[in-house]
Design a protein around this ligand. Structure first.
Ligand SMILES: Cc1ncc(COP(=O)(O)O)c(C=O)c1O
Length: 306
């Protein structure tokens, strides 16, 4: 399935109870059980809700992953990943991270005995001195917020896999339109759905996508136990009202990556894009997926309309 088709259709099945073609917003906290434990797959909405399930499948498909788990925010999703760790474990991460991630790592989790190494990940050679037997996670954010620094995902995965270290990528800024870290060997992809995936600035939400079933179960256990799950009116808009918008915003968010093909001074967007492109030269060859040439990126007139 191409990206645009996935953005519209993936995960969405006609509703089995009514035949509604689009997934309804199930506004319920609990579900009737025939007898204790005997139900139709839904017991209590902190654990599962059909609308959330559809959105999780949809986001997983956009990331070429098997399992998606939605959270009440991007930070809720990040929190769940760090809760996979134990006191004494160490994490290698970037010295240019989204400020909220830095705050959580440094001021929430360090006091529980997890050690974070904030290093310049734009050169993977910087990693080696910080590796030891306690290293359990690499948390990458590429491009980074705020400096748009780039980390070579493949190079980090190659280092991590020698030592069985989990690799997680905050893919919020790239969006799944441009970068699918699972395809590069990463274990966990995280999104602040609040940004490109939501697209309307009307929802706070986060998501994780994984391929490994055991990892999915562990993360689901944390989500259900700790409770940072979104309510149905939060995932409803992302799933039901935004599929096209999602495709458009992820495409538009990528305008800077396509900027080498934009002739200079042809449009307002091109002018805005150039400085970012100068800084990041992105996506780097290592993380790049084949992006089909877009006529919109070479025609200033078309770009102005987008
Ligand atoms: C790169 C990145 N990661 C994570 C987050 C946190 O996401 P949320 O605001 O949905 O909690 C943000 C928010 O700006 C972000 O930019």
């Amino acid at each position: 399935m191409k990206f645009g088709t996935k953005a519209v259709h993936a995960g969405i099945e006609p509703d089995p109870s009514t035949g509604a073609i689009m997934t309804p917003i199930y506004q319920t906290s609990t579900y009737v059980q025939e007898s204790p434990g005997k139900h139709q797959g839904y017991a209590y909405a902190r654990g599962a809700n059909p609308t959330r399930n559809a959105l999780q499948k949809s986001i997983a498909a956009l990331e070429n992953g098997k399992f998606g788990i939605c959270f009440s925010s991007g930070m809720g999703a990040t929190d769940a990943v760090i809760k996979l760790l134990n006191p004494g474990d160490e994490v290698i991460t970037s010295n240019d991270l989204y400020g909220g991630s830095y705050r959580m790592f440094k001021h929430v989790f360090e006091k529980y005995g997890i050690k974070f190494h904030f290093i310049d990940l734009s050169n993977s050679a910087n990693i080696a001195p910080y590796l030891n037997k306690n290293t359990k996670l690499m948390w990458l954010e590429t491009p980074s917020n705020p400096l748009m620094r780039i980390t070579d995902i493949r190079a980090c995965v190659a280092i991590a896999k020698k030592q069985n270290i989990l690799v997680a990528v905050d893919n919020t800024f790239a969006s799944p339109f441009l970068q699918n870290p699972l395809d590069l060997g990463v274990d966990i992809v995280m999104h602040s759905v609040t940004k490109y995936l939501g697209g309307h600035s009307d929802v706070i939400m986060g998501a994780l996508v994984v391929n490994d079933e055991k990892l999915q179960q562990e993360l689901f256990f944390i989500a259900n136990s700790c409770g940072a799950v979104p309510g149905p009116f939060h995932f409803g808009p992302v799933l039901l009202f935004c599929p096209r918008r999602r495709r458009q915003t992820t495409r538009r968010g990528s305008s800077f990556s396509l900027s080498p093909r934009i002739p200079p001074d042809t449009s307002r967007i091109a002018r805005r894009a150039r400085p970012i492109h100068r800084v990041v030269q992105w996506p780097p060859r290592a993380n790049r997926h084949p992006v089909p040439p877009s006529p919109r990126s070479v025609a200033g007139r078309d770009l102005r309309r987008s």
